[in-house]
Design a protein around this ligand. Structure first.
Ligand code: PLP
Length: 340
């Protein structure tokens, strides 16, 4: 349905704020259902259809279920989704309803929902479409092809990390390009987590050999509110092999970065995606990224996915007019202020 081939947008107005001259946003919010999940879902659903699956299922923080529901409908397969109750951004829930998914709500977080899916597929009840499904990763790696195709190999690729499927996929794509002789060097990968849901950052910083899950992950960036990333082994390898790192950013930084992209660049992304931009700013501030290096941040999902975050965290500049004349005088005041 037109997944992939998303715009790579060079930032033009916020470079001095971020401190880096050449930053590109790979806007995967421009995919058909508004997130990068479509890249993997088109492949995985095609396989499900090929092997004759009747019902597909996933646990989701929202975007996987939105994408799966759309692609399953397209393929004539029934979608069933398991969601953590009260933890799904409104735009994403609406998409699952729109595309006719059966919805099971569970108490707890995403990690509990995933347990349900793993057990249901073990019992042969459903075909699982979480990123434990290798076909998802095969589709998602195409974002690396597109970046390299357009600007060659950047110095850094920065992206948000939740269940860590995407960072694993990006690395797989890059390594395969190198193995095929199409590129001769590799970028460094940075996985950005939210401070309240950062098990990989802890692991990386402290040199743990095994993941210590975060029991009650908390962040406004619901797409990365995950305490026990299922793909942690691959993600850690990707970051180590690329000489990259995992970093965390606060919810405040996430909103700040979302605002920078929205108001200086015209790009609307959801909070998890803004974490990547907040990550770029932090890496520059700490001197890890040089101002002359080329950086790509992957904006994984569209701003409309989570309208409540915007309504709750932004000052709404609404001027209520009592009449047409009053509206005109308000506009006169506003133009005077903005021209001075
Ligand atoms: C799924 C998702 C992520 C996290 O990707 P993982 O593969 O789980 O690490 C980040 N941002 C958005 C918008 C997502 O939908």
């Amino acid at each position: 349905m037109g997944e992939g081939g998303t715009p790579l947008i060079r930032l033009v107005n916020s470079n001095s704020i971020l401190g880096v001259r050449e930053v590109y946003v790979k806007f995967d919010g421009a995919n058909p259902t508004g997130s990068f999940k479509d890249r993997g879902m088109t492949v995985a659903i095609s396989i499900a259809k090929y092997i004759g699956v009747g019902i597909v299922a996933c646990a989701s923080t929202g975007n996987t279920s939105a994408s799966m529901s759309a692609y399953a409908s397209r393929a004539g397969i029934k979608p069933l989704i398991v969601l953590p109750k009260g933890r799904i951004a409104r735009g994403k829930l609406v998409q699952a309803i729109l595309h006719g998914a059966e919805i099971v709500l569970v108490k707890g977080g995403f990690d509990d929902a995933l347990k349900v899916i793993i057990e249901a597929s073990r019992r042969g009840l459903v075909y699982p479409l979480n990123s434990i499904n290798p076909w998802r990763i095969e589709g998602q790696k195409t974002v690396a092809y597109e970046i390299v195709d357009e600007i060659g190999v950047p110095d850094w690729i920065v992206l948000p990390v939740g269940n860590a499927g995407n960072i694993s996929a990006v690395w797989k794509g890059l390594v395969e390009l190198k193995r095929a002789g199409l590129i001769d060097r590799l970028p460094r990968l940075v996985g950005v987590q939210a401070s309240g849901a950062a098990p990989l950052v802890e692991m990386f910083r402290r040199g743990y050999r095994i993941l210590k899950p975060v029991d009650n992950p908390e962040t406004i960036a619901t797409a990365i509110r995950i305490g026990k990333p299922v793909n942690w082994v691959r993600a850690l390898r990707a970051v180590r092999e690329s000489r990259g790192l995992f970093i965390d950013v606060s919810d405040n930084d996430i909103i700040g970065a979302q605002k920078i992209l929205a108001r200086h660049e015209g790009i609307g992304v959801e909070p998890a995606s803004a974490a990547a931009i907040a990550g770029v700013a932090k890496l520059r501030k700490e001197g890890i990224i040089d101002r002359d290096e080329r950086v790509v941040a992957i904006a994984t999902g569209h701003a409309l996915k989570d309208p409540d975050i915007i309504l709750n965290h932004y000052n709404v500049r609404v001027h209520e007019a009592s009449s047409i004349d009053n509206a005109l005088s308000l506009i006169r005041k506003i133009t005077l202020l903005n021209n001075s």
